[in-house]
Write a protein that binds this ligand. Structure first.
Ligand code: DP6
Length: 363
């Protein structure tokens, strides 16, 4: 693992004041990352769909300091309001990345961030939030050192985002992303994510993810606690081995367009993630009764219609309903007529496969 490649080269240029804005998507894992070690390194590789409608929009305002400070100097505004409660998380992120971007001590930052999805929707904002900030920092590095290549820019953005939150490493590019070293996939790495190099079959073009908000409350188990549970987990070793195999199987499925095999693998991964939580100690049930109602309705509908609808889950009760573009009308009608009753205030978000983060106004 060569992380020294991500230490910025000495910089002679200075910038007195500027700002950068990035729109960065959320992502949904198909093969799940659950278990980590060391400096945010995954115990197994994961594959995700990059989303489009669920995103964070972050502006980083930058002013050169007269004198370098010992700590990174910043303020944070979330949805228009100063949000000091977010400071410790961001301060710890800056600590983790400072060795790779030492120029951050020369500037004062104002971070202005907002999400396209409601804050209390049970949708994790750390992936889109951390990747947006990492990209803004990379825009500053690029302004200071214009020679850096696009590949280096994206890889280092993913590398920095990973130090903030593992899944954030997968929110830089799209439409399908792999994070974690897998020897059969050239270019894969534990320290940053890459777009899956395999060809993606037409069947997955514009794939839909309708997110059913079953429980909009705070996460019952933080991901840090969740990942920690895998350390002493009796089934962990088998689970990690299975995820490696599933990465290989899924990358082939994505190439061949075998939707039935996709459904089987994706639902199995989702339920395995929850099975790991149910069988750790302490143990957790993160699904709610309505999560199970939805799953059963999806299974009944699929059996009756031969639809290619399926579901996946995050570490919570919300359900991501996945389906191909070709089945859009029928599936949305099914969701509206049969599944929304199980959502809090009938709330859901229509999302689909996206192409990755976008700079909004890089000066
Ligand atoms: C269940 O990326 O939130 O969503 O690295 O501790 O920030 P940290 O964890 P996080 O874990 C995501 C877990 C998951 C599966 C996945 O996205 O792969």
């Amino acid at each position: 693992m060569n992380t020294a490649q991500f230490i910025s080269s000495p910089i002679s240029k200075t910038i007195s004041a500027t700002s950068f804005t990035w729109r960065t998507p959320s992502n949904i894992a198909l093969v799940k990352y659950w278990g980590k070690y060391g400096a945010q390194l995954p115990k197994n590789p994961s594959i995700s769909f990059t989303l489009n409608a669920c995103f964070t929009l972050t502006t980083l305002e930058i002013v050169k300091l007269e004198k370098k400070e010992k700590e990174v100097s910043f303020e944070i505004f979330f949805e228009g309001k100063k949000e000091p409660s977010f400071k410790p998380k961001i301060a710890s992120f800056f600590k983790k990345i400072e060795a790779y971007v030492p120029f951050i001590f020369d500037y004062k930052f104002v971070i202005k961030s907002r999400n396209s999805f409601p804050h209390s929707s049970g949708i994790a904002s750390s992936a889109s939030g951390m990747s947006a900030l990492a990209l803004c920092i990379m825009s500053l590095e690029k302004a200071l050192n214009p020679a850096i290549s696009k590949t280096y820019f994206n890889r280092k953005a993913s590398f920095l985002a990973r130090l903030g939150s593992g899944s954030a490493s997968r929110s830089i590019e799209g439409p399908v992303v792999l994070w974690g070293k897998y020897k059969k996939i050239a270019g894969s790495s534990d320290v940053y994510a890459i777009p899956l190099p395999n060809k993606i079959h037409e069947n997955f073009k514009n794939y839909h993810d309708t997110i059913l908000l079953v429980d909009k409350g705070q996460k019952q188990v933080s991901s840090t606690v969740g990942h920690d549970l895998m350390h002493a987990h009796p089934y962990a070793a088998n689970r990690f081995e299975q995820a490696f195999e599933n990465v290989e199987i899924l990358s082939k499925i994505l190439e061949t367009g075998n939707l039935k095999a996709f459904i089987n693998l994706v639902e199995h991964e989702a339920l395995t993630l929850h099975a790991m939580m149910m069988t750790s100690n302490p143990y957790f049930i993160l699904m709610k009764p309505n999560t199970l109602q939805i799953i059963n309705k999806i299974w009944d509908y699929r059996a009756a219609t031969n639809s290619n609808i399926c579901f996946t889950l995050d570490a919570g009760a919300n359900v991501h309903v996945l389906y191909p573009e070709k089945e859009k009308e029928k599936t949305i009608a099914f969701i509206q007529d049969n599944l929304l009753v199980y959502c809090e205030n009938n709330q859901y978000i229509c999302d689909r496969l996206g192409l990755g983060a976008k700079p909004m106004s890089v000066k």
